[in-house]
Design a protein around this ligand. Sequence first.
Ligand code: SF4
Length: 282
Amino acid sequence: MNTTFIAMAVAILMGIGLLVGIGALSLLSGALNFLFVKPKIEILKSKFGDNGFAFSFKWDQSAEPVRFDRVRLHLFNPFGSPAQLDITREFDASGNDFARDLDLGIAMKELLSAKGLESATLEIEVAASRDSVTHQTSMKGSTFIEKVKSATSSAEELNEILATPKMKARFEIPDRSFISPPLPKTAKQLKMATNPMFAGDFAGAVAGGVAAPVADNYAVSKVWIEPGCIVCDACEGIFPEVFEVTDSTCLIRPGAPLDNGLRIQEAAEACPVEVIKFTKAS
Ligand code: SF4
């Protein structure tokens, strides 16, 4: 009875913990979205001078697939004159980041010349009227004046930039081979004791003060190459009368002399991939 009760209590606590965790994650994602995916309204330079209001608007279109088509400037000027001013204009709707330059006529001039504008608050609201979505930003009148005066980019320029298709990053895979190319052909011969060309060089050679015993030569009955040759040329360098290295493999020359087993053995031992095989003549 007690065990059942404890199990139920643990299950309930785990359920509550899970719900609290999901809630916290959802709040965190909302906060991140608010902080980093916030729509951006920027003031631009208007071609209509004091009568114009130019701005750009950027937002996350994948999160809000709507078309913005209206802007509203609202002035709160409780200690100045006029105390309030409201200018609303519609423009060509856009479903992508955009910039607009609007001729607001005398209303804009009135806003810019409002008494006490510097300490007033200006609210800029961009709306998608069909979808009832609005985004707004507010700033002090002094900041607004400064932004209008210091703006250098026009809506036209910005729209041109926004219309330029963004180049996708190109990742190129270098054309490289990890198999080393065949060694260049050379007439050089390996200087080895069993190569008769260098027999004189090794005559009387000693190792540790003791002359190396001379191995008895022998004949082979058959020599062949198994698959896997990497065309390194080592065998041909040792015994060119027997081995012929082509562009893709190694061949045994027709009528190759098979009476020098020691040299064939040396070539087989020098082969880095051990594909040279032979059988001793009985
Ligand atoms: S030594 Fe071996 S890998 Fe090199 S060419 Fe001769 S058979 Fe091929």
